[in-house]
Design a protein around this ligand. Sequence first.
Ligand SMILES: Cc1cc2nc3c(=O)[nH]c(=O)nc-3n(C[C@H](O)[C@H](O)[C@H](O)COP(=O)(O)OP(=O)(O)OC[C@H]3O[C@@H](n4cnc5c(N)ncnc54)[C@H](O)[C@@H]3O)c2cc1C
Length: 451
Amino acid sequence: MTESLTGRLAQIVGAGYVSTDPDVLDGRAVDHTGRYRGRASALVRPGSADEVAAVLRACRDAGAYVTVQGGRTSLVAGTVPEHDDVLLSTERLTGIGDVDVVERRIAVGAGVTLAAVQRAASAASLLFGVDLAARDSATVGGMASTNAGGLRTVRYGNMGEQILGLDIALPDGSVVHRHSRVRRDNTGYDLTSLFVGAEGTLGVITGLDLRLHPAPAHRVTAVCGFAELDALVDTGRVFRDMDSIAALELVDARASALTAEHLGVAAPVDGAWQLLIELAGDSDQTERLADALGDARLAGEPAVGVDANSQQRLWQVRESVAEILGVFGPPLKFDVSLPLSMIDTFARDSAELVAAHAPDAIPVLFGHIGEGNLHLNLLRCSPDAEPALYAAMMDLIARCDGNVSSEHGVGSRKRDYVGMSRTDADIAAMRTVKKAFDPTGYLNPAVLFRR
Ligand SMILES: Cc1cc2nc3c(=O)[nH]c(=O)nc-3n(C[C@H](O)[C@H](O)[C@H](O)COP(=O)(O)OP(=O)(O)OC[C@H]3O[C@@H](n4cnc5c(N)ncnc54)[C@H](O)[C@@H]3O)c2cc1C
């Protein structure tokens, strides 16, 4: 990092928003889990789209690498700098516009947290279609960049489906404003989609127009226990196809045992596998829930919540899972979508793999079963076991027809496995797009591709 670049960045954003303090940089150079660490030369916090663009131009001209950081909740080490990078944080891009209740949309800065968008939507009696446990830290810019999914994807789709427009600062220092006030607009390339899921490799999202949804008048929640995973998957398949499905979440009993032991949050039902089901609609869904559970092979009576308080209690175990994953140190994480027919096989074979490679590790399985999207977390998994186990697990995922990344993205952790889910021609086309936007490859250089 040259002094002239530091000076130039300070001119652009103000000296108070540039830091080269080693402690600050150290804290920002590690991933959310604490498992992966890099090295940075400076932190810069621009306050507008034009400042972001000017920062990018200055870094490119100085030959510096830039890693973009939103809420830093990436679970694939997407914000870990590997080249002594300048860290570009979006934390000052926090403007929130008024909710347009007629068009059901809101314009926000990229650094606005998911929770802030949810609060704004709720104040206007609307809701935002994506929800995830990192809602207090994850930013909508980061979520757009990873095309995040989560707890409501089964009903409303991923982040991409919520995006009506974007402001993007490009690697050449220009800014694209892609917005439309009308609902249908097929003018030219769908540039918005190109930046969704690009994980910051093509540009920095600085602002978003987000779609909001009507809030359903009725909601019913149930937690059901199952002795066998395939029985849970069969039931999940039935609910996934219902138009009133609002959430469908799997939690294994090892996870709920840990939430009970460490947080005092016990599962409301017995069974090795638990399924949280939520239905929502304009009419009461309780009877539909009961009918659909009629043929389910349950381990006992389900726990059902029809009012907000009891529903919140039923969500407690699922909401607490994230907190217990770190109790034995940084967990090793896998995020995968599988055909529903392969989930049982994957659960069994992955447990065997873990026992063979890391006998002390505790496998915990949970996820968004509606999409076959599982999060396998290995607690107490030693770093020594990681390389061989990671490769073997990705091989198993491939054999089960799973994908490299379901919702967390590729980041730097999975870049060596992209070929598992994409053909050579597909990867070459992605590299062509990257080169067109960022010929020198200075933006998010550790993400998606190996340099
Ligand atoms: C407890 C917990 C639960 C989670 N649950 C889910 C879940 O259910 N579903 C899910 O999909 N994910 C989940 N995640 C992962 C994570 O929250 C998402 O990936 C989220 O989208 C990241 O947002 P962020 O602001 O933290 O982005 P960051 O982690 O800061 O960045 C993520 C990636 O996007 C890039 N980036 C960030 N901001 C921008 C921007 N403005 N423009 C361009 N690039 C940018 C970064 O360089 C990085 O590559 C969870 C994480 C945690 C810790």
